[in-house]
Design a protein around this ligand. Structure first.
Ligand code: URA
Length: 217
């Protein structure tokens, strides 16, 4: 049987608005069935920094916006502390549908399978082609696997700048992992430290070109 893929649903050389419209009808894997809607990326088309998470959570599935639940709130705070404001950043996920298991009335997050990550990759590649960021941040192992391969270990290589097909990529932990960490304060400090490294790697001319990653207020 042929591998499932979003590729037939992704329009060629499309801008973000066209991609977002097309993604609503994606049936590239089975996750679209139980999910409420596709949660596409959000942010300016000329963002210099693009952040990739895992998949939408329960709140994102209901609202249709990435990173608006508890992990998103923590991410906003950490970005601000690192000197990066969310408004100038394009935020997306490796997988565009919420994968969950029903337990009573609750919907419990389930990690996407390798085939689902691979099936969704054409959307991420199309977003990268439309935004052309100067730096990409992988938040957690799913995003790192999608862009850097299965052998990449976030625990060993977090905060390091690596290059993939001419694109600078830095991986760090997922904000949900910070929320779950036994020592949350230490995990949060480590997360902010990685984001400060990201800030340092952004070109110094950002403000002059008008494509700035807006500094946090
Ligand atoms: N976790 C993610 O990886 N992405 C979201 O959008 C929300 C939570």
């Amino acid at each position: 049987m042929a591998a499932r893929s979003a590729a037939p649903f992704v329009p060629d050389r499309a801008d973000l608005a066209a991609l977002r419209r097309a993604a609503r009808d994606c049936e590239g894997c089975d996750l679209h069935g139980p999910a409420t809607q596709t949660v596409f990326g959000a942010g300016p088309e000329d963002a210099r920094l693009l952040l990739v998470g895992e998949q939408p959570g329960d709140v994102e599935d209901r609202t249709g916006e990435p990173f608006v639940g508890p992990a998103g709130k923590l991410l906003d705070k950490a970005l601000a502390e690192a000197g990066l404001g969310r408004t100038g950043v394009y935020l997306t996920n490796a997988v565009k549908h919420f994968k969950f298991q029903e337990r009573g009335k609750r919907r419990i997050h389930k990690a996407p399978a390798r085939g689902e990550i691979r099936a969704c990759l054409p959307w991420l590649h199309a977003e990268l082609a439309a935004v052309r960021p100067e730096l990409v941040v992988c938040l957690g192992a799913t995003a790192a696997k999608a862009l850097l391969g299965d052998a990449f270990r976030v625990s060993e290589q977090r905060g390091e700048l690596v290059e993939v097909d001419g694109l600078g990529v830095i991986a760090t932990v997922h904000p949900s992992a910070v929320l779950r960490a036994p020592d949350r304060a230490a995990a949060y400090e480590g997360f902010v430290a990685d984001l400060r490294v990201v800030r340092e790697h952004l070109p110094a001319d950002a403000a002059r070109t008008g494509r700035d990653v807006k500094a946090a207020p």
